[in-house]
Design a protein around this ligand. Structure first.
Ligand SMILES: Cc1cc2nc3c(=O)[nH]c(=O)nc-3n(C[C@H](O)[C@H](O)[C@H](O)COP(=O)(O)OP(=O)(O)OC[C@H]3O[C@@H](n4cnc5c(N)ncnc54)[C@H](O)[C@@H]3O)c2cc1C
Length: 482
């Protein structure tokens, strides 16, 4: 790499989803703060935002991708506030927070106080018809096993050994809680099988609780005494997450953002990073940030260092979202709450891919006009891939038929929005964090390169934003010699 610290350094950001936009925003701030850094962003599709995809129509705000973020992690909220959106942040309507588990054509409420698969309110779990007596006994016995669980957690922490979410849940609460609660909850986020999902990667908070308290139930009770739970569990933006993308784009120089700019190759040359694009001349940059879905990152970086792709997640789940908008006055009868999850046991071969349904107008404010309703069916896991080629009409029919099994016949829709996200959710396998540490160490040996996005240490928006801003900041420092 060339020259003195004051020479203007050029960075290519490849990918215009929230990862690429957050990275570009951070580089732009570095530039504004006097660092000699300029960025150019390349996005393959005609629009920015990637999986964030908000449709506003007839008073409905419909999310085709993420619908909000976990409030506990501050990074999405901080970015929104920096962009002037603090007043537009809305909390989930937690007074109505009930999630149901679909069982044999009926919906059974998860007991109050459940935090993922951990019964924060043991009495509520004991009173719930969701669990058999055997499962209740396993839950009730967990606090008494605190010392044994803590010792085994500490033994594991010394060698950072990982295990699957299923094994972890079974150790604490038995197989029934793993299959009835943990599996559908995690499938709704990762579309994947909890027998393969790394507990350290997707539930670091529970690992800490286990190390400190042994019992997760006691750990949650201790936390509840020490923390206020005043804020909502999920957050979103009044006009949809698309406003985050719109505000980011508005802050960034338009001439630096290129849509319909598919990057086809990256090459490290003596002059810097050569970026090859479809239909354009190759350009040389001082640095590059790959902010792409993992399979694309792997393909572009394999020629740079063949050791990088094997360290990235290798398995991905596809997702399909079918959002059904019901006009005010449509006679849709729903129970209170945020929606329902469909565990494996309630899925047949043909309905196998329906993982969840969210009652969006009951989860967040401003999602439907007064009196209207917005349902969102989420298809994922292995079954979703085979549904991807189906037409929008066929997917709408499938969603309507499957939801009717649990909600009764649905009234006519005002309109429907269907979105397909092939291979969009990386499945973090057991040992994932260790491989990501190795990936980071390897990337650190390659001057001017950063990797970000959902392949690293969290698929949720706060993590992706945090990782991307960090990557951009450290690249700006590296290139400017700061
Ligand atoms: C259906 C669904 C629901 C979700 N719900 C939530 C939720 O409620 N809350 C939450 O926190 N998270 C949620 N997530 C996860 C979250 O949305 C993603 O992790 C996050 O949006 C990923 O952002 P990204 O920028 O890394 O990737 P993407 O959004 O995939 O962006 C990558 C971009 O790179 C572009 N690209 C690809 N190849 C090239 C190339 N060669 N050259 C140039 N550009 C290229 C793509 O066109 C795309 O725009 C959900 C994910 C899915 C799929």
């Amino acid at each position: 790499m060339k020259g003195a610290a004051s020479t203007m350094r050029r960075v290519a950001v490849v990918g215009g989803g929230i990862a690429g936009l957050s990275a570009a925003y951070q580089l732009h701030r570095a530039d504004a703060a006097g660092m000699p850094i300029r960025f150019t962003l390349f996005e393959a599709s005609p629009r920015l935002g990637g999986i964030i995809d908000t449709t506003r129509r007839d008073g409905f705000t419909i999310e085709g991708g993420p619908d909000g973020w976990v409030s506990e992690k501050s990074w999405a909220r901080e970015l929104a506030a920096e962009l002037g959106l603090a007043d537009a942040i809305v909390g989930s309507l937690d007074a109505e927070r009930v999630t149901y588990i679909a069982t044999e054509g009926a919906l059974t409420a998860m007991p109050k106080g459940m935090r993922m698969m951990v019964p924060g309110d043991l009495q509520a779990a004991m009173d719930s018809p969701l669990f058999t007596d055997a499962a209740k006994q396993a839950m009730a016995a967990e606090p008494a096993r605190a010392e044994e669980l803590r010792r085994s957690a500490l033994a594991r922490s010394t060698d950072r050994s990982d295990e699957s979410v299923r094994d972890f849940t079974v150790r604490h609460f038995g197989a029934e809680v793993a299959d009835t609660v943990a599996a559908p909850l995690l499938a709704g986020v990762f579309g994947g099988d909890i027998s393969h999902l790394s507990v350290r990667s997707v539930m670091p908070h529970f690992i800490t609780l286990e190390q400190e308290h042994g019992s997760l139930i006691l750990g949650l009770q201790h936390g509840a005494q020490n923390h206020s739970t005043a804020s909502s569990i999920f957050s979103s933006l009044r006009d949809g997450l698309g406003s985050l993308v719109e505000h980011l784009a508005a802050r960034l120089p338009a001439h630096a953002m290129h849509c319909e700019a598919l990057v086809t190759g990256l090459e490290r040359t003596h002059a810097g990073w050569k970026i090859y694009r479809r239909g354009a001349d190759a350009e040389v940059f001082d640095g590059v940030i790959a902010a792409l879905p993992a399979p694309h990152t792997a393909r572009l970086l394999a020629p740079v260092d063949a050791a990088l792709p094997p360290l990235m997640p290798q398995t991905f789940s596809s997702a399909i979202v079918v959002a059904l908008a019901f006009a005010p006055g449509a006679n849709l009868r729903l129970p209170p709450g945020f929606g329902f999850l469909v565990p494996q046991s309630a899925r047949s071969a043909e309905k196998g891919a329906l993982l969840a349904c969210t009652f969006l107008h009951q989860k967040y404010p401003h999602r439907a006009p007064a009196g209207g309703a917005l349902l969102r069916a989420f298809f994922g896991g292995p079954g979703a891939a085979s549904l991807l080629p189906e037409s929008d009409e066929a997917l709408e029919r499938l969603a309507v038929d499957l939801l009717a099994e649990f909600l009764g016949p649905l009234p006519p829709r005002q309109f429907t929005v269907v979105r397909r996200w092939p291979n969009s959710l990386p499945l973090y396998p057991v040992g994932h964090l260790e491989r990501i540490d190795q990936l980071a160490a390897r990337v650190a040996q390659i001057p001017g390169l950063r990797i970000t996005g959902s392949l690293l240490r969290g698929v949720g928006l706060p993590d992706v934003i945090h990782q991307s801003r960090d990557a951009a900041q450290s690249l700006a420092q590296e290139l400017s010699g700061a």
